[in-house]
Design a protein around this ligand. Structure first.
Ligand code: MGD
Ligand code: MGD
Ligand code: SF4
Ligand code: MO
Length: 714
């Protein structure tokens, strides 16, 4: 090799060695995998790679979304300045100007239409500090009762079920490390292989140890492929299937009498109700054979240890909270809770789906999982905040109900942080029209999302690479996302934005924070003594221990791995069982002549939620660049639809156009469409706006539709 070439390679090596490493956590799901962004500078070009980092939950694993997350954060479309809409076009303005405009418009709206005319719509993708601060911002800076968040569409059914049955809602009652020793595992409406890929090894290990896995899903997903028994249920009938399982358990004498007597109330009512039901009817209703119901119930009951996991398949139903409660009835009846490898897991969705549902973003909630209608709770929080208890607003309404109030003109101003409701809410055409009616709308986002497009003012936020704070993962483990990458342009951290708006509104004295840690220390005090008690958790401890599982009431408390070992969290210490009807009082849509098929919706591995982030990631978008409809070939043929053909899908509420994908994995009476795409591919244009009366969760998983080949339209 010539001297020149050698010199070239030596120089090149040196250039590559100018390398920076940034710690963070994945911006996507509830596993909150720890990761590092490696920035290599080669001459003037920067090259990025994301690698996993060891931690007690995902042990260094990453899935394809995590590995490519930096592609959206570093994307050229990130907004870098506040943008004001002038004559229909976004124009960059200064932060000072933006804050002045917010003050002027928010004050005018509240003067004219009252305090509650302003709404705040938050998110479970922001940190605990930000979720906490947003709740405080609504109650103290805006003094409005109208605050809710995207977690309403996600965790509300499971949260309501666990709170009612156990007296407390932490997604997993046991730590993940107990899964490998469970002898039977029921996975109901959860597609872990696609949605929490780095959690899958826990179940694979259980299987290697001989566990019997039962999957309940209308589709044979990659998760269902792992099952020993797949119950290919008719959408929306999980409550009835759980009744069937309970019937077998009760009639075969598999109940744990002692556990029920000592630890639960309501068993007799459930038993009486179950004895009035017919297994044959349940089998017809659910599409699951009597033999399969018997087999599933017998195996679950006979094994010494067993766990049940649910996710949105069971929960995003107009009877989702009761369906979950009925699955919890099974755990209690068989005494499989509060013991090693026995318990429940509502598999949390968003990165901070757990923490963001505990500290006051919900319409009826104050920090520490307190109630805004409870006088003692109000007093505690008023004291921490230094305000008069009487000044704290009362409870507001859920996310979709706030949108209904926008449509009615009762809510005329909106502060939206980290969500894309015109793609993620049901009945999307209505949602878009409602948001258009607002007098003044501020959106805080990384990008001009489909919803931000409608805003009067868009504020640029920092991403997961740039914003430090705590995130509570699906185990209930409070983790610390270290993040030091510089935010682009004038983008600010969400907590800074909240503080600055509060200052502009003259409420600065309650929002004097100069770091996320300072906010966390106030959150700790606010949560103290509440159901979700973080008081004993500090940044220092999280750094040392790699995360702390709540409840953790004091600094020498080690955190709580397994819940309910001796008592449940209700005042009498007992779990509350409840009799659940096979079908809800307000019936779900049923296939008819006009709309002959069930539509169910959900996710694919390569995209995240409304796709604003993952559609900007070249590596992820390449895997699925457009939406699709999964349909059984036999059903497709009945409708004259070829594989890969474009189809129009229509419901009572609207229609969309997507490509057809034949797949024998799905039931013949059901089609599946993911919700990661917008506009003419936005499946929520079709989805019913009916809500679960207990928790206000929309029924995303059951609507009815008609389909036809697009060619036939010509
Ligand atoms: N790749 C990816 N991962 C994600 C997300 C993402 O968007 N993409 N989002 C994150 C978030 S916020 C969430 S909430 C979770 C969601 O995680 P999951 O709830 O696991 O995901 P879904 O695809 O919505 O639904 C799960 C399964 O429910 C099934 N299902 C549909 N209807 C019914 C029914 O009536 N009964 C039963 N038993 N099953 C039914 C579907 O076929 C699907 O396989 O994933 C998180 N992880
Ligand atoms: N049909 C159907 N609809 C569903 C579901 C379903 O299964 N079926 N699932 C529901 C569920 S479980 C969920 S969780 C919801 C989610 O629904 P959304 O909350 O609407 O979804 P996202 O795509 O996460 O929207 C987040 C927005 O915030 C921006 N963003 C990302 N990070 C940050 C940040 O750090 N700060 C700020 N300020 N902005 C940021 C993103 O660019 C994006 O525009 O959708 C629900 N909708
Ligand atoms: S999407 Fe979830 S499983 Fe995948 S890397 Fe991110 S946090 Fe981990
Ligand atoms: Mo979610």
């Amino acid at each position: 090799m010539t001297e020149m070439l050698l010199k070239y390679f030596r120089d090149k090596q040196q250039q590559v060695q100018s390398k920076k490493v940034y710690d963070t956590q994945c911006p996507y799901c509830s596993m909150q995998c720890k990761m590092q962004l490696i920035e290599q500078t080669v001459i003037t070009r920067k090259k990025y790679t994301t690698i996993g980092k060891d931690n007690p939950t995902s042990h260094g694993r990453l899935c394809m979304k995590g590995m490519n997350a930096h592609q959206h954060a570093l994307h050229k479309d990130r907004i870098t300045q506040p943008l004001l809409k002038v004559n229909g076009e976004f124009t960059p303005i200064t932060w000072d100007k933006a804050l002045e405009i917010i003050k002027k418009n928010f004050s005018a709206i509240q003067l004219e239409n009252g305090h509650d005319a302003l709404a705040v719509y938050g998110s479970a993708s922001i940190t605990n500090e930000e979720a906490y601060l947003l709740g405080k911002f609504a109650r103290v800076a805006l003094q409005t009762k109208h605050i809710d968040y995207n977690g309403r569409l996600c965790m509300s059914a499971a949260a309501s079920a666990a709170s009612q049955t156990f007296g407390m809602d932490r997604g997993l009652t046991n730590s993940l490390s107990e899964i490998p020793n469970a002898e039977c595992i029921i996975l109901a409406g959860t597609n872990i292989a696609a949605c929490q890929p780095t959690m899958l090894p826990y179940f694979e290990e259980a299987k290697e140890n001989g566990a019997f896995i039962i999957v309940i899903d209308p589709r044979e997903t990659d998760t269902a492929k792992m099952a020993d028994l797949h119950l290919k249920i008719k959408p929306g009938t999980d409550a009835a299937l759980a009744n069937g399982l309970l019937k077998v358990i009760m009639e075969k004498g598999y109940t744990d009498e002692r556990f029920i007597k000592e630890r639960a109330t309501g068993f007799e009512e459930v038993e009486e109700h179950i004895s009035s039901l017919s297994l044959k009817e349940i089998s017809e209703l659910t599409g699951v054979s009597i033999r399969q119901i018997q087999r599933a119930a017998t195996i679950f009951a006979e094994k010494k240890t067993g766990m049940i996991f649910t996710a949105r398949g069971v929960e995003q139903q107009t009877d989702g909270s009761l369906a979950v409660r009925n699955l919890l009835n099974i755990l209690i009846s068989t005494g499989k809770i509060g013991k090693p490898s026995c318990g429940y897991g509502a598999i949390t969705g968003q990165g901070n789906g757990q923490g963001a549902r505990e500290h006051g973003q919900k319409a009826d909630q104050l920090p520490g999982y307190r109630s805004i209608e409870n006088e003692e709770h109000r007093e505690h929080i008023a004291r921490v905040w230094g305000v008069d208890k009487e000044q704290l607003p009362r409870k507001g309404v859920s996310a979709y109900e706030m949108i209904e109030r926008m449509e009615k003109g009762e809510i005329t101003g909106l502060f939206l942080m980290c969500s894309n409701p015109i793609v993620s809410n049901p009945n999307a055409n209505f949602v878009k029209e409602a948001l258009k009616k607002l007098k003044f709308f501020v959106a805080v986002d990384l990008f001009i999302s489909e919803t931000a497009e409608l805003a009067d003012l868009v504020l640029p936020a920092a991403s997961y690479l740039e914003d430090e704070g705590t995130m509570t993962n699906l185990e209930g483990r409070v983790t610390l996302r270290e993040a030091s990458y510089p935010a682009p342009g004038e983008a600010k951290r969400d907590w800074q934005i909240i503080c600055e708006v509060a200052h502009a509104l003259g409420k600065g004295e309650y929002f004097n924070f100069s770091s996320a840690e300072e906010i966390f220390n106030e959150l700790r005090a606010a949560s103290r003594g509440g159901a979700a008690d973080y008081y004993g958790i500090t940044y220092e401890r999280i750094r040392e221990e790699g995360g702390v599982l709540w409840p953790c009431p004091t600094s020498n408390h080690k955190g709580t791995e397994r819940l309910f070992e001796r008592t449940f969290a209700h005042p009498d210490g007992k779990a509350k069982m409840v009799a659940v009807p096979n079908s809800p009082l307000i019936p779900k849509e049923q296939p008819c002549e006009r709309f002959p098929l069930y539509l169910t919706t959900g996710r694919v591995t390569s995209h995240y939620l409304t796709g604003v982030q993952t559609r900007k990631s070249a590596a992820l978008a390449a895997r699925n660049f457009e939406s699709f409809m999964e349909i059984h070939p036999a059903a497709a043929q009945k409708f004259g639809i070829q594989d890969q053909e474009l189809v129009e899908v229509t419901s009572k509420r609207g229609s969309i156009i997507v490509r057809c994908r034949w797949s024998a994995a799905i039931r013949q009476d059901t089609i599946f469409i993911p919700f990661h795409w917008a506009d003419s591919q936005n499946v929520n244009r079709l989805v019913s706006e009916e809500l679960d009366p207990h928790c206000k969760m929309p029924g995303f998983k059951v609507s009815t539709v008609n389909i036809r080949p697009l060619m036939a339209l010509r």
